[in-house]
Design a protein around this ligand. Structure first.
Ligand code: ADP
Ligand code: MG
Length: 360
């Protein structure tokens, strides 16, 4: 499988630059997810890789070979789109083997490949049916199967699950995650859904407004986000952001706001020493609160709404003017309207520069 490298690649439509020059390297045999809000340039990036869009400047390399001038069919890749179309008059086996038949692959080989991929995707029993006789999820799998039989070195997926309802998405996501481990190919997967990205990606590239914000493993992005964008985009419910200022008192570094004062752990305090008394943004994940006040630094919150999600509940609380989401175990319910003291797990506090949004 080739290593894929974008070298100062940019894309403009007329005078509008949608992707300023960027570098991006995708390691061999990795499942890479490009994730970001709608319009940030994910599909454009994927389509340049596929050869469906030209690059405005820069070059894309497969290992050391420049490929940006090559035709899509010379790039050894297969793509699955959000809006896939199956041929309605052909049965599933014929739909899946279409490209192979076009390429005059021997019949026995076609049959072997279609059956192998179909059984991997759990659609082997449907090969004789027409697309109209399948459910949405089954049709989606056929669209994937049609790409996977092609034995390409690189597979590209552009929001392949976005036409499915929530339950089916979850199921397909789990199946894809399982399938991922059995396919030793380059996979590049585009989605706006951070849960999909976190479940599927060996590595995730977070984009916003045409810019790559950060790339890393799911755990790196969750634990070490470089800025408020990534911190707010990854993780659900989303991170809480509060205005704060850094103050030193009694030999301890604190971060303080209108309605709270939290002592910072030593490692954060050391990192911040060069920047005392500055205005910052404090990031607190909903999971960083505990009802057990012996465990963390106390913060008093007014519980406005309690959203029951099953084993967990999400509390919408107020801290002065700020709204804070708190995740709790439903087994110890909290009544709406009450004021309650929670513990903040201070090791999990993140501090960002208020102006640049960069994590300090
Ligand atoms: N053919 C085009 N002509 C002009 N602008 C385009 C074209 N295709 C995409 N864009 C613009 O490029 C930006 C990125 O689009 P896209 O890559 O489709 O985003 P995403 O896939 O992340 O939702 C958007 O602002 C979009 O409007
Ligand atoms: Mg898109």
């Amino acid at each position: 499988m080739p290593k894929i490298a974008f070298d100062q690649v940019s894309k403009s439509y007329g005078v509008v630059e949608v992707l300023p020059p960027f570098d991006l390297t995708l390691e061999d045999s990795e499942f890479t997810v490009l994730v970001g809000p709608s319009g940030c340039g994910k599909s454009t990036t994927l389509r340049m890789l596929a050869g469906l869009e030209t690059v405005t400047s820069g070059e894309i390399f497969f290992d050391d070979k420049p490929i940006s001038k090559l035709d899509p069919k010379e790039r050894d890749l297969a793509m699955v789109f959000q809006d896939y179309a199956l041929y309605p008059h052909m049965n599933i086996a014929k739909n899946m083997s279409f490209a192979l038949r076009l390429a005059r692959v021997p019949k026995a080989e076609i049959t072997e490949k279609v059956e192998r991929v179909a059984s991997m995707l759990n659609i082997a029993h449907l090969l004789d049916r027409k697309p109209a006789e399948l459910s949405g999820g089954q049709r989606q799998r056929v669209a994937m199967g049609r790409a996977l039989v092609r034995d390409a070195g690189t597979f590209l997926f552009d929001e392949p699950l976005s036409n499915l309802d929530a339950k089916l998405r979850g199921k397909m996501r789990a199946e894809l995650a399982e399938m991922r481990d059995t396919i030793d190919k380059n996979m590049v997967y585009v989605t706006h859904d951070q849960v999909e990205a976190m479940t599927l990606g060996d590595r995730i590239v977070v984009m916003s407004d045409g810019l790559i914000q950060q790339q890393g493993t799911p755990e790196q992005l969750f634990k070490e986000p470089v800025n408020t964008f990534v911190a707010g985009f990854i993780g659900a419910p989303t991170m809480n952001f509060l205005d704060g200022e850094l103050v030193e008192e009694g030999g301890t570094q604190w971060v303080r706001g209108d309605c709270y004062a939290l002592p910072l752990p030593a490692d954060i305090a050391t990192r911040l020493q060069s920047a005392p008394d500055r205005a910052v943004t404090v990031g607190l994940r909903p999971s960083s609160f505990t009802p057990d006040t012996t465990q963390g630094a106390p913060i008093e919150l007014k519980v406005v709404v309690s959203e029951y999600l099953g084993a967990q509940s999400v509390l919408v609380t107020h801290c002065g003017d700020a709204e804070i989401l708190v995740e709790t175990q439903s087994a110890s319910p909290v009544r709406s309207g009450t004021v309650q003291t929670f513990g903040v797990l201070t090791d999990e506090i993140m501090i960002f520069d208020k102006t640049s949004g960069l994590r300090l």
